[in-house]
Structures are given as structure tokens and as C-alpha cells.
Design a protein around this ligand. Sequence first.
Ligand SMILES: Cc1cc2nc3c(=O)[nH]c(=O)nc-3n(C[C@H](O)[C@H](O)[C@H](O)COP(=O)(O)O)c2cc1C
Length: 243
Amino acid sequence: MQEALKILALNSSPRKDRGGTALLLNTFLEGAKEAGAEIDLIYVDDLKVNSCLGCFTCWVKTPGKCVHNDDMAELLTKHQTADVLILATPVFVDGMTSTLKAVLDRSIPLVQPFFEVRDDHCRHPPLGDRKQNKVVLVSVSGFTELDNFDPLIAHVNAYCKNLNCEFVGAILRPMGAQLQVFKQMGIKVDDIFKAIKQAGRELVQSGTIRPATLNTISREIVPRADYIKAINVSFQRQLDAVK
Ligand SMILES: Cc1cc2nc3c(=O)[nH]c(=O)nc-3n(C[C@H](O)[C@H](O)[C@H](O)COP(=O)(O)O)c2cc1C
């Protein structure tokens, strides 16, 4: 029997299972599970992950082992054995959450200190015979334009090249926190939820996600001017309530 695809999903939203990140990620994971994947979902805020000290002990004194004694050691083992790593984050000040960044910083024990040229670029060789994971980015933004994700995509893409992982694609939902609200208001978003689930199935079945599926997930829901008006009314109400 063929082994199930192992997915390690890291949700770094501080709102954990109550946020737009969770809605997007969990719907995606439902599709992946239906297609036979084995899922390990972790909320980064439940972990104790100290900041990297930049001491390089993990490179030159105890190769592969960090000086910190926290939850990162177990996470690195899971990272090494997973087929797919899902990095889920809301856009926070044009990038990923600081908690997810701390996790990525702490992944340097997975590479060796030496420099080499790979694809005409300076890189570190991997440590040991690590499985080449696939990586998927899952992200929501408050703003409307898709280019709000550009710095984050560039970062995750570079991370994948440095860690010798394959960046499969990005599941992006602008106005992500409002997706459930749109649904409750009766605005048609069923095709978006279906596409998110479909993306999970496609990842397991083909190792990729079709551009058409990704486009549906990110499609415009309401015109920008209407969205801005509704958001501003909501914030004004909240401010008025504390006067
Ligand atoms: C500290 C902070 C910074 C944010 N920065 C951005 C930003 O740069 N661009 C953007 O589109 N949304 C930004 N947002 C909005 C979040 O991406 C949005 O509210 C998202 O839905 C939060 O994810 P969650 O629902 O999982 O909590 C920011 C929110 C917070 C709290």
C-alpha cells in the first residue's frame, strides 16, 4: 500500500483557530485529508520557540543541534520527516508573523555552515540526507490588493531555495478575515470555499495546485470602494462604543 502524504501545517495566527488564517488553512486541510493525506496541524503560538541567538553553535560545535532547549527540536524532526510543510500566516506589516519568522530562523540547523553555488547562487548544503519537502504558503490579508502578499511570497520563495525545498505555491485570500462575514451576509463565496478545498485535494493528488484554482481562491469578492466603506463604518462604530 502507498504511504500517505505527510503534511506538517504551521498556523502562526495569534488568533489561532478563530482567525481568517485558520478558516483558509483548515478548509485546505479538509481537502487534503479527503484525498488521503496525514495531517499534523500545529499552532505556533502554542509552542515555546526562543529567538535564534546567532551563535552558530548548531553549525560548528554541535552540528544540527541548537543551544536552546525548547519545542523547536521536535518541530525540526517533524519538518525533516514531512513531505509537505505548510506555512500559514496573516500578513503582518507586509510580511509573516514574528512567531513564524522565529521558527524559520531556528531552522538553520538543517543546513551546513559551508557555502556552495547552487543554481548560480550562494547557498548552504543541506545537513544529512534530509527529505526535500514541498512548501505551501497560506495567507490572508486585511487589504484588498493581491500585491500585498508580494514581499511575503518573495521571502518564502527565497527560504525554499536556501533550505533546498520546493515552493509549490501560495493560497492567498485578500480581505481574509471577512470571508466568513461575507458568507453570513449572503454574498456568494461558495466557489471560493470549494476552490480552497480543491487546492488541498490537488496538492495530494498531483503535488501541485492548478493556477485556475488559486485564481478562484483570490478572486475579487466586492469592489474595493464598497469594502473600504464597510470597514470604515465598522471601525467608527467600535470607536464610538468606547466614547
Ligand atoms: C499587527 C498587524 C499588522 C497587519 N499588517 C497588515 C498589512 O501589512 N497588510 C494587510 O493587508 N493586512 C495587515 N493586517 C491585517 C491582517 O492581515 C488581517 O486582519 C488578517 O485577517 C489577520 O489574520 P487572522 O484573521 O488569522 O487573525 C495586519 C494586522 C495586524 C494585527
